[in-house]
Design a protein around this ligand. Structure first.
Ligand SMILES: Cc1cc2nc3c(=O)[nH]c(=O)nc-3n(C[C@H](O)[C@H](O)[C@H](O)COP(=O)(O)OP(=O)(O)OC[C@H]3O[C@@H](n4cnc5c(N)ncnc54)[C@H](O)[C@@H]3O)c2cc1C
Ligand code: FES
Length: 269
């Protein structure tokens, strides 16, 4: 992890309120893992005091991409930045998803479950899973399922990118404007009713209630599950104790330092 100035290569609006920012940094390209995040200084001069955490969306040869939703002053300020500007970044931070090359090659099927913009880090993970094992995801024996849930159509992101990787993508929206109507947890339950026996790992990122529900589903199905949590953060490096999550073993874990990815069994939901 280090503090660096990264040149913005592009900052493209991909849907109303959602942007993809491409950042040049050989260091971040070399050292980032799926599930890790960066802390970005959104404005110079201190009017937005704290850095904002964003997950690594894609790891490129010469840098990384982040995908973000404009929800407040920090992300609004980021959305106004243009190619050629430099921004101050600390990263990569936290741990990433646990992907064991040999284990994944041997396993047949994984499911990635996203809630809203929680799909952002799962794209880097999908790319790593596919590339690391040279997985033939179209084959009948090996499959990568990606389940994306969102409130409405405009919040369903990255479907084509994931399909291009060979993933089978299932979409649920709460208002039924795209895919099936309902919550993505229904999608997971329905998937498990057909493929439970061959699913080896669930990886999930999204709001807390969704992660909690997925953790229970995984537990009752006996499937291992990793969750990426998105608590509000301040320092991002384990110093301010501002991002606690209750641990099953007692006490608290700091999402920024001990996570953001946890084995779902570690959390006292
Ligand atoms: C490890 C980590 C990775 C993240 N990755 C991404 C990502 O890849 N893409 C993305 O769009 N966002 C991501 N987030 C959330 C992102 O950091 C916040 O949306 C951002 O900091 C908001 O800043 P703001 O100044 O625009 O809005 P604020 O004014 O800070 O917040 C606006 C609204 O969003 C809510 N909010 C802010 N932060 C969070 C949060 N962490 N969880 C839930 N609600 C929140 C606030 O309560 C408020 O209602 C991540 C958060 C964490 C901790
Ligand atoms: S944000 Fe400071 S300890 Fe996690």
């Amino acid at each position: 992890m280090k503090q660096l100035k990264a040149k913005i290569i592009g900052n493209k609006r991909i849907a109303p309120d959602f942007y993809k920012m491409r950042l040049a940094s050989a260091y971040l390209a070399k050292n980032s893992k799926p599930g890790q995040f960066v802390e970005i200084e959104c404005s110079k001069g201190g009017e937005i005091f704290l850095r904002r955490p964003l997950g690594v969306h894609r790891i490129l040869n010469d840098g990384i991409e982040v995908l973000y939703e404009v929800v407040g002053p920090g992300t609004k300020s980021l959305s106004a930045k243009t190619a050629g500007e430099y921004i101050d970044i600390i990263g990569p931070l936290g741990n990433g998803f646990f992907v064991q090359r040999t284990a994944y090659s041997a396993q047949r099927t994984a499911a990635l479950v996203a809630g809203g913009v929680g799909v952002a880090p799962l794209v880097a993970l999908a790319e790593t899973l596919v590339n690391s094992s040279k997985l033939i995801v179209h084959s009948k024996r090996r499959k990568l399922y990606v389940l994306i849930g969102a409130c409405k159509k405009g919040h369903v992101l990255c479907v084509n990118d994931l399909k291009k990787l060979g993933a089978e993508v299932v979409v649920y929206t709460e208002d039924g404007s795209l895919g099936k109507k309902g919550l993505i947890t229904q999608g997971l339950t329905s998937l498990l009713s057909t493929i439970n026996y061959e699913l080896s790992t669930i990886y999930a990122c999204g709001p807390y209630p969704m992660l909690k529900a997925i953790s229970h589903i995984a537990d009752s199905s006996g499937i291992s599950c990793q969750v990426s949590m998105e608590e509000r953060m301040a320092c991002g490096v384990g110093v301010c104790l501002g991002c606690p999550v209750k641990a099953k073993s007692g006490g608290y874990k700091m999402v920024c330092k001990d996570g953001p990815v946890f084995d779902s069994k570690e959390i006292a939901w």
